[in-house]
Ligand binder design. Sequence first.
Ligand code: VGL
Ligand code: ZN
Length: 211
Amino acid sequence: MSLSERGKHEALIIVDLQNDFCPGGSLAVEGGDDIVGAINAIAPSFSVVVATKDWHPAGHVSFASSHAGKKPFESVSVSYGEQILWPDHCVQGDAGAEFHPELDPKPINLVLHKGTRPDLDSYSAFFENDHSTPTGLDGYFRGLGIRHLVVCGIATDVCVFFSVTDALRLGYEVSVLQDAVRGVDQPEGSVSRALDTMRAHGARVCAAAEL
Ligand code: VGL
Ligand code: ZN
């Protein structure tokens, strides 16, 4: 589909397509790298493309290594609720935090870094995990008259999920590209639950070809 065919009120969000979330990375998601081709194919047809980067300082609150005696996938309680602990990942400036090398950067208008505060995690592209500190992305889209968001990337059950449910709450129409997302699936079943919940909140879950 050409630019003129796709609506000017429509934007693509590519969530966290970074080395650490792809096979070989510290928080590898199965098949994370399989979606790069599909994303490269559709991105040029959007007039607005935002790519998010998980971008944590060393010693980030979401790293199990920052909490004595804790292991990845356990949780701790922090000021804003329960925080799931992860292996160290997407550390600012490290190779693991770079985009997958095959992701074509040319169609990207804005790269949004999130999770940058040492004591606050951020899964959603719109709000930090305290669910009230905005990232500014809603203002960016509003300024451009964007009303429909198409979402792809990693991880279906974490950052994609929270970005999509926040976007719906903010009043956007949202489509999730089922063939261009991949999930952590810990515990098993969380990817299909996340897709069901996104649908229940009003997201359209479809294949890239069905857009
Ligand atoms: C993510 C876990 C921790 C994600 C980020 O991008 O889905 N998952 N940080
Ligand atoms: Zn993270």
